[in-house]
Design a protein around this ligand. Structure first.
Ligand SMILES: [Zn+2]
Length: 107
């Protein structure tokens, strides 16, 4: 049996599948769409994580810090290269922006 014949038989089987006499084909198609979107969201999330890591690598290179030791805050900071306060996460008690000295509660 060729793959095409197999696919055609599977499609006929899906079309014929019924619940209380009603076709569930459209229902299954809609569920498959949700599953495909979930897979796409997972892939986008992975790509987003990669982009974030690349961004922190580049920022770390510019400010000469280990990218794993820094955290970018949400506060605007005129003195930092990305215009956001940046904190040193390597030292727990060091809770001021590396550039403007802004306090920890901004993190
Ligand atoms: Zn700052």
């Amino acid at each position: 049996m060729t793959a095409e014949v197999n696919d055609a038989l599977e499609w006929k089987g899906m079309m014929a599948e019924k619940w209380n006499g009603k076709s569930v084909y459209q229902l299954n198609q809609k569920k498959e769409r949700i599953n495909n979107l979930d897979a796409a969201i997972g892939e986008l999330s992975r790509l987003r994580h990669e982009a974030e890591s690349a961004y922190l690598e580049e920022l770390g290179r510019i400010i000469e810090r280990d990218p794993g030791s820094i955290r970018v805050g949400n506060w605007e900071c005129e003195k930092s290269p990305n215009k956001r306060c940046i904190y040193n996460m390597a030292i727990a008690e060091y809770d001021e922006c590396l550039f403007c000295g802004g306090p920890a509660e901004r993190k």
